[in-house]
Design a protein around this ligand. Structure first.
Ligand SMILES: [Zn+2]
Length: 149
């Protein structure tokens, strides 16, 4: 995910170095689905949803979630969208841009980064609902029970 303009100031000055180090650690591949930075791939749709095929190679089809080889398919029979150039991004596992310890960073392709963030957004939304409910419970609590102290 590109750095949002309002978050730019939250990244350390040496972010470029950190980014390069994490990409090198990952072998310049997505740490989730193993696609290589700069690789040309097509993502499956319809019958081939959840998979991708590389431009290079011999028609191998890979699982989009973890990059395992699923089999082979002629490009002409593969149900894909359009060729896409993989651009690796660096994900903060705790979603805090200031936290740039290597253990909190992961090289991810666009798809895996979005999927990771979507899980976080869902969890955050659940947490927000839960805390709203907790506040609601606080005010809805039985005020007449017991005595203070
Ligand atoms: Zn990936």
């Amino acid at each position: 995910m590109p750095i949002k303009p309002e978050n730019r100031g939250r990244y350390p000055a040496n972010w470029g170095e950190i980014r390069a180090r994490i990409l090198a650690r990952a072998g310049n591949c997505c740490e989730q689905c193993r696609v290589a930075n700069g690789d040309l791939i097509v993502r499956g749709i319809d019958k081939d949803a959840g998979t991708f095929q590389r431009f290079e190679g011999d028609g191998e089809v890979y699982a989009a979630d973890d990059g395992r080889l699923l089999g082979r398919c002629r490009a002409s029979e593969y149900c894909g969208n359009r060729w896409t150039r993989v651009v690796l991004t660096i994900a903060h596992l705790d979603h805090v841009p200031e936290h740039c310890d290597d253990g909190n960073l992961k090289a991810l392709c666009q798809r895996c980064h979005l999927a990771y963030d979507a899980e976080h957004h869902a969890a955050t939304a659940r947490e927000t609902r839960r805390s709203r409910k907790a506040i609601g419970d606080l005010f809805a609590g039985p005020l007449e029970t017991g005595e203070a102290g």
